[in-house]
Write a protein that binds this ligand. Structure first.
Ligand code: NOJ
Length: 567
């Protein structure tokens, strides 16, 4: 199934790698833009985003001012979980293009000065993966079964699952197989959908295969990997029962026998050696849900990965005290391991922050549109806060347009597997995955080449007014705010990498902090309250998320607003 690449002899990373010396530590303050390939740009008009579409839009990302692009999976997959179920780790799914398209995309990105990070899904494969299919065919006793977690069931006839683990998507984490002779057989473990069997990382074949996959994509020229379920590969010996139900509620708060086991760090130490063999500082980013930021820091020790997502930050509501605390805790946790803190507000698994902040605090899965104007005001301010913090920031496609979640998708168009398994997590993730609007007045708003053409999820009619085309050149638009913020961030010496913020006295509900460098200082002020607040100006305004006024020599911070100052 692996596609052949006609010419693998040229070093793909030419431009970027040539600058390797000049870009030491590039990832420490990188702004990394997540592209969700299904929904970014559709080159061939079939309603599904693809690699040629992404390639054609790379100049937009360069002009936006990001440093790197993370691509969610585009590998061969039956799409049971939107590509997080990989059938062939070295092939591009035909719906996204070919390996040559991937090669062209990486080369074009590098020529534009953008780095490319690809998703790696090592916790589980697709049930259509050749290894799993062969293991099923060969039946109990086959050594090929050691690459996954096959177990006999409990009960007199083996009719009960081997343990009490529950799938993140709802229901038991085990599915029973049928033997080659048609009789009921062993069960296999899947922490996610039944179409996503978990690999057994005790099997040397699994570890070898992933080292080889890493090299395959590094040879293709990618600059790093976002590692899916990075906390999941190692399971507690003996796969012990948890002894409780509703296990989903424990995720991220408790130690689980299938998550954040210490053994996982050995894998990252071996991967780091491979990453370091390649020029240009190739990086690993952990998607690791752990009980504390301190546990997350274990993934980014100097001989492991480079970054880990800061989900504690993503989960913090629009509240000055809570935000200040999570910033402090995050910086404190990363300081001893020497890794940059990271910040993220949205991704393809959570309700977009423009909608989260439009609603009362309620977690990361919100089903109501809330107060759209309030949400957008806060989202714009939250972006300036995030981009002012020391470290690296992740943007999710469309947030630069101020897109809300689509909360009223009809059930019949939904594709999120957890929606169909009901009891599980995140059943409404399709709402943040709707294709983004580029131009024009008719759907799919430039997402595909033909007005009136298809898009795999329907876009709201209001999105005509949110397109890149409409927002470009409008100084009050969210897109221009992002462009300005990223330009200022690149230029101001006190922004970007670092480990410290100095909190300044501020009225209740207002955050103010200072960042200093030898070449200049910077202050960020954030009014999280719904009321205007007056403040003495700490310097010259660089950028503000809303219009400012000056009264009696004092600056008035509008409600839910952030301001950047040169101090
Ligand atoms: C995390 C991914 O972000 C999510 O989309 C996916 O469903 C699970 N991992 C399983 O791969």
């Amino acid at each position: 199934m692996t596609q052949n690449l006609a010419d693998t002899s040229r070093p793909a990373a030419a431009v970027i790698a040539a600058n390797a010396g000049a870009s030491r530590g590039w990832w420490r303050d990188a702004v990394i833009y997540q592209v969700y390939p299904r929904s970014f740009a559709d080159g061939n008009g079939d309603g599904m985003g693809d690699l040629p579409g992404i390639r054609s839009r790379l100049p937009y990302l360069r002009d936006l001012g990001v440093d790197a692009v993370w691509l969610s999976p585009f590998y061969a997959s039956p799409q049971a979980d939107a590509g997080y179920d990989v059938a062939d780790y070295r092939a591009v799914d035909p719906m996204f293009g070919t390996l040559l398209d991937a090669d062209g995309l990486i080369r074009d990105a590098h020529a534009l000065g953008l780095r490319i990070i690809v998703d790696l899904v090592p916790n589980h494969s697709s049930y259509q993966h050749e290894w799993f299919q062969r293991a099923l065919r060969e039946g109990p006793g086959s050594p090929l079964r050691e690459r996954y977690h096959f177990r006999p069931g409990k009960g007199t006839e083996g009719e009960l699952p081997p343990n009490d683990w529950e799938s993140i998507f709802g229901g038991p984490a085990w599915t029973r197989t049928e033997n080659p002779d048609g009789t009921p057989g062993d069960w296999y473990l899947h922490l996610f959908a039944p179409e996503q069997p978990d690999f057994n990382w005790d099997s040397p074949a699994v570890a070898d295969e992933f080292r080889s996959i890493l090299r395959f994509w590094l040879d293709m020229g990618v600059d790093g990997f976002r590692i899916d379920v990075a906390h999941g590969m190692v399971k507690a010996p003996g796969l012990p029962d948890l002894g409780s139900h509703d296990q989903l509620k424990l995720l991220g708060n408790d130690v689980m026998p299938f998550f954040d086991q210490d053994g996982v760090h050995e894998i990252y130490r071996s991967w780091r050696l491979i990453l370091d063999e390649y020029p240009g500082e190739r990086i690993g980013v952990a998607e690791a849900w752990t009980p504390t930021v301190q546990r997350t820091a274990n993934y980014v020790r100097p001989d492991e990965l480079h970054q880990a997502f800061n989900f504690q930050y993503l989960g913090t509501h629009w509240d000055a005290d809570a935000l200040r605390e999570v910033v402090d805790v995050s910086l404190d946790a990363m300081r001893p391991v020497g890794a940059p803190a990271t910040w993220v507000l949205s991704n393809h698994d959570v309700t977009r922050h423009a909608t989260r902040f439009a609603n009362p605090p309620g977690g990361t899965q919100i089903r109501t549109p809330g107060d759209r104007a309030l949400g957008l005001r806060r989202a714009r301010a939250a972006t300036l806060l995030m981009l002012a913090l020391p470290g690296s920031a992740y943007l999710y496609q469309g947030e630069e347009l101020g897109l809300p979640d689509v909360t009223d998708l009809p059930d019949e168009v939904r594709q999120d597997p957890s929606f169909f398994r009901q009891a599980g997590q995140d059943g409404y993730r399709d709402g943040c995955r709707v294709p983004i609007p580029w131009s024009g007045t008719e759907a799919p708003y430039g997402f595909g080449p033909t007005p009136g053409g298809p898009s795999w999820l329907p876009q709201p009619a209001t999105w005509a007014g949110l397109s890149v085309e409409v927002q470009t050149g409008d100084p009050t638009s969210t897109l221009e705010l992002y462009r300005s913020a990223l330009a200022v961030r690149r230029e101001h010496p006190a922004l970007g990498a670092g480990t410290e913020v100095t909190w300044l006295d501020a009225p209740e509900g207002v955050l103010a902090f200072r960042r200093d460098s030898a070449d200049g200082s910077f202050v960020c002020t954030v009014n999280t309250t719904g009321e205007p607040v007056r403040t003495a100006a700490p310097g010259r305004v660089l950028l503000a998320s809303a219009e400012l006024t000056v009264v009696d020599g004092e600056t008035v911070l509008p409600a839910d607003c952030a301001i950047w100052w040169a101090a």
